[in-house]
Design a protein around this ligand. Structure first.
Ligand code: SF4
Length: 478
């Protein structure tokens, strides 16, 4: 461990041209390193920010351009990720291992091979890249099972059952730091790690991809057309709802964070309803935020009504009604937007609490000023207590499928506008436009205090960031 170096030196931070251009993973590492060294992370970040914003600041010669990071290619993955900081391969944290896989893929290398080479170099005892045969797993009834960790998701225990699409979670309720940061919820209940609404922009595949245990089962985490659910999830949720876990802490649960509790597979087993009951009937201190893209949630409005004060409902609205058919191209098994709106209105008529979730707002489909005005008026009409909005993530593995599918179905203009978001500068412009449109409509038709625009500052060009910082009412900086 190079203790004689400062944290920025250890992490090669001054290769970046500004604090905003430091990648999120690197920022997280500054925090981790500061904590490891008993320093206040806030102070360390502030020190770096101050140094990088000085007029005479110049990035180190190793990489003057942060966007292209050309010189990084000359370094091995081992060097790029500072793996010499670790004693052995086994001591590399899972998040860092995931980065090895990502980097290897980006550089067109075989991730398994790269992991093996690194383990060999570090003298790790772990057998990297070793495939676990399905036979071994399916035989594992009553034996030790494999775990996968995902934020807001309990460890996954690979099912011993013949059908690989049924998985067993270790816990029912888990903390979700990512959703807490977004102000959405502190806890999460998920009916499974993969839902079959088949939204082509879905990010859950990237989360599964990071878990080597999942990879061993040779299922493509980014593929669509299959779901993974835990048929017994509600039993575990009920158990967790009454347990003294987290020192008895209770709070807001999101149902769900990376799957839909009313997606076709979950519906067959009635998992959404069962989970609602498991939480609401067990401890009155729990509250729930329901988020779905399926109209069938209306069948469970009776329970929600019974516990009205403790539940807030939303059906994600991803386009205006006249574009409902277009969105069906990329949200293949979700209910048509028209249906979602009908159910949202019904929820309001029944006196249920509602909120609005506007994401993704795709360019040329849902991001124009008129469309945003329509959304916000709808939010008012359904009595939304809060309005969440977010720019679409164009860096997801499956994002190209979105514009390819639109192009295939003849929606050429939409495909072109969405494809353009792959360019970081265009994405930044689109985000700025979106923020301004949403703020304007909120001020005109609603109350800006209800707005929660989730925004990553490091994805913006500095001039756009400054523009938003001048008026960041309703922005939740991430
Ligand atoms: S509903 Fe959510 S979790 Fe399910 S496929 Fe769509 S984006 Fe993914």
């Amino acid at each position: 461990m190079p203790t004689n170096q400062s944290i920025p030196e250890q992490l090669n931070i001054f290769q970046y041209s500004s604090y905003q251009s430091i990648p999120p993973g690197k920022l997280a590492w500054i925090t981790i390193k500061a904590k490891q060294q008993g320093k206040d992370p806030k102070m360390v970040h502030a020190g770096i920010k101050a140094k990088m914003s000085r007029k005479n600041y110049k990035p180190t010669s190793s990489a003057k351009t942060t966007r292209k990071r050309t010189t990084k290619k000359q370094q091995s993955i081992y060097e790029q990720l500072n793996l010499s900081d670790y004693k052995s391969y086994d001591s590399i944290p899972p998040a860092k291992r995931a980065w090895i896989t990502i980097k290897a893929k980006r550089e067109g290398k075989d991730p398994d091979k790269v992991h093996s080479q690194i383990a060999k170099k570090m003298g790790g005892s772990k057998k990297v890249g070793k495939k676990v045969s399905k036979k071994k797993v399916s035989k594992g009834v009553g034996k030790k099972k494999k775990k996968i960790k995902i934020d807001g998701c309990p460890s996954l225990i690979i099912s011993t059952d013949k059908d690989i699409d049924n998985w067993s979670f270790k816990n029912g309720i888990t903390r979700s730091l990512a959703f807490k940061k977004k102000g959405l919820a502190e806890f999460a209940v998920n009916v499974g790690p993969k839902c079959d609404n088949n939204c082509l922009y879905c990010f859950s595949g990237s989360m599964l991809f990071r878990h080597r245990s999942f990879k061993e089962f040779k299922r493509d985490p980014h593929a669509f057309g299959y779901a993974i659910v835990d048929p017994e999830i509600s039993i575990k949720v009920a158990k967790d709802a009454t347990r003294k876990r987290w020192d008895g802490a209770r709070g807001l649960i999101e149902l769900s964070t990376y799957s839909d509790a009313w997606c076709p597979s979950a519906r067959k087993l009635d998992l959404g309803r069962k989970c609602l009951k498991a939480v609401l009937e067990n401890d009155p201190k729990w509250t729930i935020r329901v988020l779905t893209k399926n109209h069938e949630v209306e069948k469970d409005f009776d329970i929600i009504k019974k516990y009205r004060k403790r539940v807030s409902v939303s059906l994600t609205v991803t386009s205006p009604v006249n574009k409902s058919k277009i969105m069906q191209v990329v949200e293949q098994n979700a209910s048509p937007v028209k249906e979602r709106i009908r159910v949202l209105k019904k929820a309001h008529r029944m006196g249920l609490r509602t909120y609005m979730m506007l994401c993704p707002l795709l360019p040329s489909i849902a991001d124009g000023p008129k469309q945003i005005d329509w959304y916000i008026q709808l939010a008012e009409e359904v009595g939304a207590e809060e309005v969440f909005a977010e720019a679409v993530n164009s860096r997801g593995e499956t994002f190209p499928l979105v514009f390819k599918e639109f192009a295939k179905k003849g929606y050429k203009n939409e495909a072109k506008a969405i494809k353009a978001l792959m360019d970081d500068d265009i994405h930044s412009e689109y985000t700025l436009r979106l923020v301004k449109n949403v703020q304007k409509s909120m001020r005109k038709y609603s109350n800006i205090r209800k707005l929660r625009f989730l925004l990553y500052s490091n994805k913006l060009l500095s001039e756009h960031l400054k523009e938003i910082q001048k008026d960041d009412a309703g922005i939740k900086w991430l």
